[in-house]
Design a protein around this ligand. Structure first.
Ligand code: UTP
Length: 851
C-alpha cells in the first residue's frame, strides 16, 4: 500500500474532522476550524474589562484618609518590604521610598479603589446569604419574599447549582429585620438565612489574566493574624482561598464555549464540570476538570445507522465516517484533543494522556489562565463530586476543616500534586480522609455512605459502572449533626487521630464509616480486588479503588509523623491563643513550610530536614552523644560548604540561636500550656544542640551511648551560623545550568555536580552585575541538630530569619533551600542524591534540576 489515505473522520453540521491513516493526524474543515483562525472568540478570547459604573464613582469614601505628613506606614494597606521599600496591598503597587509611597496614597487610583472597596463592603453589609429553598425557585420569588423586610435591590442566584442566592436589600435595617426572624419558610421549605460573608477585597489590574495564583501563606498570614481565634481563622481561610464570583463566571463561560464547539462535532454531547471547580472545595487557580459525555452522540449515531433517512437529525450533522462506539478509546481521546487544538479559541498546550487510570486530554486556556483536563470515561467522578458537594453543604464545619487540612498538607509537601503523578496524596484523597474523620466523630458530624444510601429517595437511586451511587442530592434532607465540636478542636483531633493511625494494617472505608481490618471483605459489586499499599483509602463508591494507591511508604510514614507534630503543636497555647505580640499563632504556624517544630524553640523558625544514610554508621553515631562528634561535624562542614562556597552566602560560625519563644512566657500551671504528652518513643527526636532540655527525656536512646550523659549546654562545635544572602542565587539556576552544561563550558555535564552548582551561582551573581550591594538581601541564623531514630536519621537545620516575620523574598529563598540543601549536603558527604533525577531537566540534572 502506498500513498496517504484518510478515514474515520467525524464530520457534523458543517464542521468536519478526518483522520489521515498514515500520520494519524486529524484534518479539519468547516466553520469551527475557520473560527479558530479568524475570530478572537467569545469574551474569553480577550474582551475588555468593564469600568466601574457611575454608581461606584458616586460613592463617597467613608474610609479615613491619612493626613498629609502622617506616617504612611500607619495605613493598614501598606506593608514594609525589605531594603526600605513599601507595597500597597490594595493596589498591588510597590514604592521605593516614603515620598513615592505618600504620593501613591494621595493618588487617584488609590482613592478610587478605597471607594470601590467601601462600596463593596456596604453592599455586603446589606446582603443576605440564603439557601435551603426548593430547586427551581426564581429570583423574583425570593425578592418577593424578602420584600416583606425592606426594599430588595438585587437577587443573585447561584447559576451552577441553584443551591443559594445573595439577596441585597436597599438598607442594612432591612437585612437586620430579616436576620432577626427566627424562622423563614418559602413554599414549604425552611430557608437558611445568614449574613453575606465579607470577602477580602481583591483588585485585579485591567488587562491582566483573571487567573489568580493560589495565595501563598505570606499573603494569608496578615489576614489570619488579625482575627480573634482559630475558628475565625478557619472561616477566613475559606474566604481567602475560594473562587470569587468573577472566577466562577469565567469557568462557566469556558464550559459554555467548550459545549458550543464540541456540539458541532459530537451532536448531543454534554460538557459537565466536576472536581474542585464545583465540589465545594475550590481554590483560586484550581484545575478545571471536565467530563465530555459522548453517550448521547453514540446513541444518535446508532439511531441514524438503524433508520437511515428517518429524520433523526443526522442529515444535517453529517454523522458519517466515524463510529464512536467502535472507535478505540485512545483514538477518541486524540479526536477530542484535535478538536480542542484546532477549534477552541484560546486553548493551548493540548496533550492527550491515554495511559492515565482515567485517560484525559490536558489543556490550558490562555485568556483565563486556567489549566484543565477533559475525560470521556469518568462518569463516576460526576457522582463523587456530587457526594463531596453534599458533604460540604451538610455541615458548615466541613469546608473550613478541608481547606485547613489541604493547605497544611500542601505546605508540608504531603499532598496536592496537580498532575496526579508522584507519591503524594491527591486532593480528592485528602478530602475523603477529612470526611472519613468527620464520620467517625462521636456523635458523627457526617453520615456514612451506607446511611446516605438508606436515606436516598427513588429519584436519587443510581448505579454507575456497577457501583451503587445512591445518596440524597439535597443536603436539606439530612438530619443536622448533634456534634458540637468547634472547627478548631476538630482540626486538632484530625491530627491526633491520623498521627496514631495504622494506615498499613487497615482500610479506611467511607461506606462503613470505620476502618476495616485487612483484607477487606470483597464488595458484592467488585471484580478486581482493592490494591493494598502503605495507605489504604477506599473510594466511597468504586469499592475496589484505593484512591491513595500511588502513595509510597515514605509519604505515608511522613504523613503520620507530620500529623503527630501538628497534633503536638495543637496542644500548645500557641495554637489556641492569639499572640498579643504579632507572632505566628493558630493556623499561621501550622502553615509554615517544612516541619512544624513543636515546643518552645520553634516559633518563627523554618526547618529543613536533611535525611542521611547512616547505614553502617549507627555504631559511630552512638559514640557521638547529642550528635557532636566527628560525624556530626562532617555534616555541619558540608552544610557550611554548601551555604558558603556553593551558594555564595556569608556564613559566620558560632552564634547561638535566639528564636522568640512565646510558649516559654506562658504560665506553667495553665492546662493548655502543659507540655504535650510524651510521644511514642519510635518517633521521638533527640535534643537539639544548644537546647536546654535533656536528651534522655526525648530519645529512645538509639543515639545514646551506654550510660553516657548528654551534654546540654551551648555547643562547642560549630552547629550555628549567622548568615547573609547577597544575591538572588536561587533564581534562574535551571537556565544557567543548562547553558553551562550544553553550552561552551568544556567540562559539560561530566564535571562534579557541586562544582557545576558553584559555577551556576557565580554566573547568577555575574548576571546581576553591579558588584555587591551595600546591604544583604536577607539575614538569618541557622542551627543544626540531629534527629530521628535508629532506622531513619536526619539533621534538622533551623533557620530563624531576621526580621521576623520574614517577607516573601525569604520565603522564596527558603523554598529553594528546602529542596537544594539536602541533596547538596548528601553529595558533599558522598551519599549521592536522595531523590530521583528530574526528567524535566532533559536528563542528568539530578536533584538540583528543579531549582
Ligand atoms: P483532584 O484530586 O484533582 O481533586 O481530583 P480536586 O478537588 O479537583 O483538586 P484540584 O483539581 O487538584 O484542585 C479531581 C476529581 O477527580 C475525581 C474526583 O471527582 C475529584 O474531585 N477523582 C480523583 C476520582 O474520581 N478518583 C480519584 O482517585 C481521584
Amino acid at each position: 500500500m502506498s500513498g496517504r489515505t484518510t478515514s474515520g473522520g467525524s464530520c457534523f453540521r458543517g464542521s468536519c474532522a478526518r483522520r489521515d491513516t498514515t500520520s494519524g493526524v486529524f484534518h479539519f474543515r468547516g466553520s469551527w476550524a475557520r473560527r479558530r483562525t479568524t475570530s478572537g472568540g467569545s469574551s474569553l478570547g480577550g474582551g475588555k474589562r468593564q469600568r466601574p459604573g457611575p454608581a461606584m464613582a458616586a460613592v463617597p469614601d467613608p474610609e479615613p484618609t491619612l493626613e498629609v505628613g502622617s506616617d504612611p506606614l500607619a495605613d493598614p494597606d501598606v506593608e514594609a518590604l525589605p531594603r526600605s521599600g513599601f507595597r500597597c496591598r490594595l493596589c498591588q503597587v510597590s514604592a521605593a521610598n516614603r515620598p513615592s509611597l505618600a504620593e501613591h496614597l494621595r493618588g487617584k487610583k488609590h482613592r478610587r479603589l478605597r471607594s470601590l472597596r467601601a462600596e463593596r463592603r456596604a453592599q455586603e453589609q446589606r446582603s443576605l446569604f440564603v439557601s435551603g429553598f426548593a430547586r427551581g425557585t426564581s429570583g423574583e420569588e425570593l425578592a418577593e419574599y424578602f420584600g416583606a423586610y425592606g426594599d430588595v435591590a438585587a437577587v443573585v442566584m447561584d447559576k451552577e447549582k441553584g443551591a443559594y442566592a445573595i439577596v441585597e436589600l436597599r438598607d442594612a435595617a432591612g437585612r437586620e429585620r430579616a436576620l432577626a426572624e427566627t424562622q423563614h419558610d418559602l413554599a414549604g421549605h425552611r430557608l437558611r438565612v445568614r449574613p453575606r460573608e465579607q470577602k477580602a477585597f481583591a483588585y485585579g489590574p485591567p488587562g491582566r489574566s483573571p487567573r489568580r495564583e493560589p495565595l501563598g501563606p505570606e499573603r494569608l498570614e496578615p489576614a489570619l493574624w488579625q482575627v480573634a481565634d482559630v475558628d475565625a481563622q478557619m472561616s477566613e481561610l475559606v474566604r481567602l482561598l475560594e473562587l470569587s464570583e468573577d472566577e466562577r463566571r469565567v469557568r462557566h463561560l469556558l464550559v459554555t464555549l467548550f459545549q458550543e464547539v464540541f456540539t458541532e462535532f459530537f451532536p448531543g454531547c454534554s460538557v459537565v464540570p466536576f472536581g474542585s471547580s464545583v465540589n465545594g472545595f475550590d481554590i483560586h487557580g484550581c484545575d478545571l476538570d471536565l467530563f465530555l459525555d459522548l453517550e448521547p452522540t453514540k446513541s444518535l449515531q446508532a439511531s441514524t445507522r438503524d433508520a437511515p433517512g428517518a429524520g433523526s437529525g443526522a442529515e444535517d450533522s453529517i454523522l458519517s465516517d466515524i463510529d464512536l462506539a467502535a472507535t478505540p478509546a485512545p483514538e477518541v481521546l486524540e479526536l477530542v484533543a484535535a478538536v480542542l487544538r484546532r477549534c477552541v479559541p484560546g486553548v493551548r498546550r493540548v496533550r492527550a494522556v491515554p495511559t492515565a487510570r482515567r485517560p484525559v486530554v490536558k489543556f490550558c486556556h490562555k485568556q483565563s489562565g486556567l489549566a484543565g483536563d477533559i475525560s470521556v470515561d469518568n462518569r463516576l467522578a460526576l457522582l463523587n463530586t456530587r457526594f463531596l458537594q453534599l458533604c460540604a453543604e451538610a455541615d458548615e464545619r466541613v469546608r473550613p476543616l478541608v481547606y485547613a487540612v489541604r493547605l497544611w498538607a500542601k505546605q508540608q509537601g504531603l499532598a496536592g500534586n496537580p498532575s496526579g503523578g508522584g507519591p503524594l496524596l491527591n486532593n480528592y484523597a485528602l478530602t475523603l480522609l477529612v470526611l472519613f474523620f468527620l464520620q467517625t466523630r462521636s456523635p458523627p458530624v457526617l453520615p456514612t455512605v451506607a446511611r446516605l444510601r438508606d436515606l436516598a429517595g427513588d429519584d436519587d437511586r443510581v448505579v454507575v459502572g456497577g457501583w451503587d451511587c445512591s445518596f440524597p442530592r439535597d443536603a436539606a434532607s439530612l438530619e443536622p449533626s448533634t456534634n458540637t465540636e468547634s472547627p478548631c478542636s476538630l482540626l486538632a483531633e484530625f491530627f491526633r487521630v491520623f498521627g496514631d493511625f495504622d494506615f498499613t494494617g487497615q482500610v479506611i472505608s467511607l461506606r462503613e464509616g470505620r476502618a476495616l481490618p485487612l483484607p477487606p471483605p470483597p464488595a458484592p459489586e467488585a471484580g478486581e480486588e482493592l490494591k493494598l499499599g502503605p495507605l489504604n483509602l477506599q473510594d466511597p463508591f468504586e469499592l475496589n479503588h484505593n484512591v491513595a494507591a500511588n502513595v509510597n511508604e515514605k509519604t505515608a510514614s511522613r504523613f503520620g509523623r507530620c500529623c503527630r507534630d501538628a497534633a503536638k503543636y495543637c496542644r500548645s497555647l500557641q495554637y489556641r491563643r492569639k499572640s498579643s505580640k504579632g507572632r505566628a499563632w493558630g493556623l499561621t504556624r501550622l502553615f509554615q513550610p517544612g516541619a512544624v517544630e513543636p515546643g518552645a524553640a520553634g516559633a518563627g523558625a523554618f526547618v529543613i530536614s536533611i535525611p542521611l544514610d547512616v547505614a553502617g554508621e549507627p555504631q559511630r553515631l552512638c559514640r557521638e552523644p547529642g550528635g557532636r562528634g566527628p560525624w556530626f561535624r562532617e555534616v555541619c562542614a558540608a552544610i557550611a560548604f554548601v551555604l558558603r562556597d556553593v551558594l555564595k552566602c556569608d556564613c559566620a560560625a558560632g552564634k547561638v540561636l535566639s528564636a522568640p519563644s512565646e510558649e516559654s512566657e506562658l504560665p506553667r500551671n495553665s492546662a493548655l500550656s502543659q507540655e504535650p504528652d510524651a510521644e511514642d518513643s519510635s518517633t521521638a527526636e533527640p535534643l537539639s544542640v544548644g537546647s536546654k532540655r535533656r536528651l534522655a527525656e526525648e530519645t529512645n536512646g538509639a543515639a545514646l551511648p551506654d550510660g553516657k550523659k548528654p551534654r546540654t549546654n551551648v555547643p562547642e562545635d560549630t552547629a550555628n551560623w549567622s548568615c547573609a544572602v547577597w544575591h538572588r542565587v536561587w533564581t534562574g539556576r535551571r537556565r544557567v545550568r543548562r547553558q553551562l552544561r550544553h553550552g561552551d563550558e568544556p567540562e559539560g555535564s561530566d564535571g562534579d555536580s557541586l562544582e557545576l552548582e558553584q559555577k551556576v551561582s557565580e554566573a547568577v551573581v555575574r548576571q546581576e552585575g553591579a558588584g555587591r550591594p551595600l546591604e544583604p538581601l536577607l539575614r538569618f541564623e541557622a542551627g543544626a541538630r540531629v534527629a530521628g531514630t535508629r532506622r531513619e536519621t536526619r539533621v534538622l537545620l533551623r533557620l530563624v530569619p531576621s526580621p521576623t516575620p520574614p517577607g516573601p523574598l525569604f520565603r522564596d529563598f527558603f523554598h529553594f533551600l528546602q529542596s537544594f540543601l539536602p541533596a547538596a549536603v548528601q553529595q558533599r558527604l558522598g551519599q549521592g542524591p536522595a531523590g530521583d533525577p528530574d526528567p524535566r531537566d532533559g536528563g542528568g540534572g539530578g536533584v538540583f534540576s528543579t531549582s
